[in-house]
Ligand binder design. Structure first.
Ligand code: SF4
Length: 690
């Protein structure tokens, strides 16, 4: 038996893992001594490799290229030569007929790795000629990137996973660490054991609330009012770091004026959190020697998400909790490589290394390296704008790479309609997902475990992941498929391996230049910025107190609270919020094909509701219920749970039968275009005769 060191393919914790391989089959996994996980794994790390053995639990692995010659015909298996030529010819036709901006592409935040994302965005920009490339960060931490870029100049976690256990106050806002990032949750637990104070803001009594010194159960949709009240208390009670604010921040006068009316008493009326608790929370946060504010989807999946992110970073600026160890702002990125897909330009406004597409000097550098002229200079279309752009006749083709929008994006009826209205859809995948089923061409790719490369974990840490087994069937690595497409479209792209791609991107991205394959070998962990070959990487940002904003100062930001866009009423009286579950990941294609994980939770999915709401509706635990919104209707099993608040129900989005995105709305944050997954009005009804 052989042990192959690699990185877990699920969440952004970046756990190092040893895959146990026998006769070219993975037969087990054990933790390795990675920087973030230090010899620990969660259940997905221990049992999430089984899909590699293709047990066909949810859907079989894709093994051959597939094309559909007309929309009404069935898929047929073809050679790679035919599939690539078929797809390249159709994309060229569409490009010539409607222009490059009629084509949309995605990166992938999952198994493919940083090199494949770099190659995909290069294909979009240098071959197709568009900035229409985006990925699922749009539906999760897009607001963290957009908000922090304005207030601090860098959209990533300012600190490290490792540092969390040494912070003196962990301030958790809209983040269920135990479910989203179990290994990060252990750091919070260790911080508690070392004497840290824990504050939790969440409508649900989540796992972290069990160990919290203060739990603030705010009403769904009131984040901005609570953040403003926190700022009010810090200023009113003189709890803020005046020296830090004077030297390193700007905007204090406007900030004071905006938060003036958000007294704790006023905020209590909006949020439901007792005024005294709001005061106590800020006394605890500001009184700690170091404090870290951590957030997740409970902050970002709202129509006012960017404002709240800016507001949270303002609390860190006010208290001087930036630019030193064991403090800072921690938007903990979800999927294993969502940070990496952002880092490497799978965004409509950024070239790799966070170089704006609007920056002429940056474009000139990439044009020279890529041997092209006139790279597009206007930001492209966001993922969540696709249905609207298709309806407007502006998008005609979609090249979807390692994403499943027909399962994960809001208002699935709209998503399906837009996919049908597109003239041509390519899906590059490892499983026959709902999205792949609607494509004209399906490219079967190698999976995590079958290829190698580099991932970025949630704290900007680059780590190499390795191939453990030979892929079965006629599949290819993602970067190779995209290179074949580029070549067939007249732009020869000839990489021999991922290191060649990595070295090309290092040369073009000053903040990654020093992160070589050699430094990242084995357990190597290099956090960007890493500007030169001798640089060890950067565990925490802003050590020089210079923020990467135009003025070099951190921006204090506050604005008025806006209620959620959807309204509950007599017809749809409950709030539906989408959440995560610990045993499955994202759209479930990988974890749903793992025996051990599937036994934990399976179709038709669950809807968590408070016993008082259930009783009022005549619903018993585990009974089937129907859930409907203004957009659709699904079935799920009731999970009666008094750790959640009355008036709200919670579902994960992974189920095929009970796909809660049939119910969610396309209400977007106006800046980041992130959907308000956390607030849809629904009706829940018991199903009789069970
Ligand atoms: Fe670690 Fe996340 Fe994988 Fe669990 S899912 S083992 S926490 S990387």
């Amino acid at each position: 038996m052989e042990k192959v060191l690699t990185v877990c393919p699920y969440c952004g914790s970046g756990c190092k893992i040893n895959l146990l391989v026998e006769n070219d089959q993975v037969i087990g996994a054990e933790p390795a001594q990675g920087v973030t996980n230090q010899g620990e794994l969660c259940l997905k790390g221990y049992y999430g490799w089984d899909f590699l053995n293709d047990p066909k639990l949810l859907t079989p692995r894709l093994r051959k290229p597939l094309i559909r010659r007309t929309r009404d015909s069935a898929f047929e298996e073809v050679s790679w030569y035919e599939a690539i030529n078929f797809a390249a010819t159709r994309l060229q036709e569409i490009k010539h007929k409607y222009g490059p901006d009629s084509i949309m592409l995605t990166g992938s935040a999952r198994g493919p790795g940083n090199e494949a994302n770099y190659v995909m965005q290069k294909f979009a920009r240098a071959v197709v000629g568009t900035n229409n490339i985006d990925h699922c960060a749009r539906v999760c931490h897009g607001p963290s990137v957009a908000g922090l870029q304005v207030t601090l100049g860098n959209g990533a976690m300012s600190n490290s996973v490792e540092e969390i256990e040494n912070t003196k106050c962990v301030f958790v806002f809209g983040y269920n660490a135990a479910v989203s990032h179990p290994i990060v949750a252990r750091r919070i637990l260790k911080a508690k054991e070392k004497g840290a104070k824990i504050i939790v803001c969440d409508p649900r009594f989540i796992e972290t609330a069990r160990i919290a010194d203060l739990w603030l159960p705010l009403k769904n949709g009131t984040n901005m009012a609570l953040v403003n009240a926190f700022a009010h208390v810090l200023l009113e009670e003189n709890l803020y770091d005046k020296d830090f604010v004077a030297k390193y921040t700007e905007g204090l006068d406007d900030y004071k004026a905006t938060v003036a009316k958000y007294t704790p008493e006023y905020a209590e009326k909006i949020t439901g959190v007792p005024a005294q608790q709001i005061r106590e929370a800020m006394r605890m946060y500001a009184g700690a020697e170091t404090a870290t504010v951590m957030w997740g989807m409970g902050v970002t999946q709202w129509s006012q998400a960017v404002d709240v992110v800016k507001g949270l970073s303002g609390l860190a600026l006010l208290t001087g909790n930036l630019g030193k160890p064991s403090c800072g702002v921690a938007p903990v990125r979800g999927q294993n490589n969502v940070q990496g897909a952002c880092d490497h330009g799978a965004l409509p406004n950024m070239l790799p290394g966070y170089q704006p597409v609007t920056d002429a000097a940056a474009r000139a550098k990439f044009e020279k390296a890529w041997g092209v002229s006139n790279l597009p200079d206007k930001p492209g279309v966001c993922l969540t704008e696709v249905p609207k752009m298709v309806k407007a006749g502006k998008l005609k083709a979609y090249y979807i790479f390692g994403e499943d929008p027909a399962q994960t994006d809001p208002d699935l009826h709209e998503v399906r309609e837009s996919m049908r209205d597109l003239e041509f859809v390519i899906c590059q995948e490892i499983f026959m997902t709902k999205t792949a089923m609607m494509a004209d061409v399906v490219f079967p790719a190698t999976s995590w475990g079958e290829h190698e490369g580099v991932y970025s974990s949630c704290d900007r840490g680059f780590q190499r992941f390795y191939k453990a087994i030979e892929p079965q069937g006629d599949v290819k690595p993602d970067w190779e498929i995209i290179s074949l497409m580029a070549t067939a479209m007249g732009y020869p792209m000839k990489y021999s391996n991922t290191q060649e791609i990595w070295d090309e991107l290092r040369e073009l991205c000053p903040i990654y230049y020093g992160a070589t394959y050699e430094k990242m070998a084995g357990l190597g962990y290099i956090q960007w910025p890493c500007p030169d070959l001798d640089h060890p990487g950067t565990p925490y940002l802003y050590a020089d107190k210079k923020f990467q904003t135009p003025s070099g100062k951190g921006l204090l930001f506050a604005c008025e609270w806006r209620p959620p866009m959807e309204k509950v009423d007599a017809a749809y009286p409950l709030i539906l919020s989408t959440v995560r579950e610990v045993g499955h990941y994202s759209c479930r294609t990988m974890t749903g094909n793992c025996h051990a994980l599937q036994t934990l939770a399976d179709e038709p999915g669950y809807i968590s509701m408070h016993s008082k709401d259930a009783k009022a509706l005549g619903i018993s635990d585990q009974h089937l219920v129907s859930i409907s919104s203004r957009r659709g209707k699904i079935i799920a099993r009731a999970d009666i749970d008094d750790r959640i608040n009355e008036g709200a129900v919670y579902m994960t989005y992974q189920w095929w039968v009970g796909a809660c995105n049939e119910l969610t709305a396309e209400h977007l944050d106006p800046i980041s275009k992130t959907p308000e997954y956390k607030y849809s009005a629904v009706k829940v009804e018991a199903i009789a005769d069970q």
